[in-house]
Write a protein that binds this ligand. Structure first.
Ligand SMILES: [Zn+2]
Length: 275
């Protein structure tokens, strides 16, 4: 069943359970983050961003593309890390041979440190994390052209005239909208730039919440424990909303809320939601 979380300007619909499935549709950006299991409600999005090759994040790709084809949906852009790309291609080509028809997609490989323009002033920055396979998080930033302070008194006609004459009237403002941080060791968060923690909505995996999972086992799986996350959010988060996801099935949903209410500092608790 889908969960829906509303943050400042975004609506996140999806499902996430560690080891089983993570897949989240962001309505306002019309994109899907990972496709870990097939849900007809998630046959959506102009773009899909895959974080890494574990099956709970990309295992439903073939059935997802098949469902889109059945419904006559348009070509989709699949964005992924370099290490994953050849395996995805091999998988999709094998599926196409097996079924006797082709899928409609473009595979776009992203590289660390290289932003990609998604159109409509939206830019994605791949964020290398520290997991068992090459894993990317993603930061989505809106780039807005703002009139420089000294020209605020100009009329619309005058702005247009000067713009046509080639005058530089604008500055570019970057508004980080959404950071998606799936599977990683907590040290993977430390290496990320401040812009990630300034995102209006920060989605971050938080697989374990209390001491029923020994820390040694948490590290072995290369995941985040709430004890690792709280100090990092307190020190760096400057945005509006934090959305925790990828929570272990060790915890029942009602238990998750109880544990968070007990363990999160009050200021942080007011900002945290769970998908
Ligand atoms: Zn993983």
């Amino acid at each position: 069943m889908l969960s829906e979380v509303k943050t400042g300007s975004l609506t996140l619909s999806g499902f996430s359970l560690a080891g089983l499935c993570t897949s989240v549709y962001v309505k306002e950006l019309d994109l899907l983050l990972d496709v870990g299991s097939f849900l007809p409600e998630l046959l959506r999005g102009r773009r899909l961003f895959l974080s890494h090759g574990h099956p709970d994040h990309c295992g439903a790709l073939v059935s997802w593309l098949g469902g889109r084809r059945l419904l006559g949906m348009p070509c989709v852009d699949l964005h992924c890390p370099p290490d994953l790309a050849p395996h995805l291609l091999a998988l999709l080509q094998a599926a196409e041979r097996a079924q006797g028809f082709d899928f409609d997609y473009r595979l776009l490989v992203l590289h660390p440190g290289v932003d990609a323009d998604l159109g409509k002033d939206l830019v994605v920055s791949p964020l290398p994390l520290q997991h068992k396979l090459q894993t990317f998080g993603y930061l989505f930033t809106r780039r807005v052209q703002k009139l420089k302070q000294q020209w605020h008194g100009l009329s619309g006609d005058e702005i247009q005239r000067r713009k046509s004459a080639g005058e530089d009237l604008f500055r570019e403002e970057h508004r980080p909208l959404l950071a998606y941080l799936p599977d990683t060791l907590p040290e993977g968060l430390d290496a990320l730039p401040d812009a990630v923690f300034a995102a209006s909505t920060l989605m971050v995996e938080c697989t374990f919440l209390d001491d029923r999972k020994p820390m040694e086992a948490v590290k072995k799986g290369a995941h985040i424990h709430l004890d690792d996350l709280i100090p990092r959010l307190e020190a760096r988060f400057r945005g509006d909303d934090v959305v925790l996801f990828h929570i272990s099935r060790l915890y029942r949903p009602e238990e998750v809320q109880q544990i968070l209410a007990r363990r999160l500092p009050a200021a942080l608790a007011a900002q945290v939601q769970v998908l």
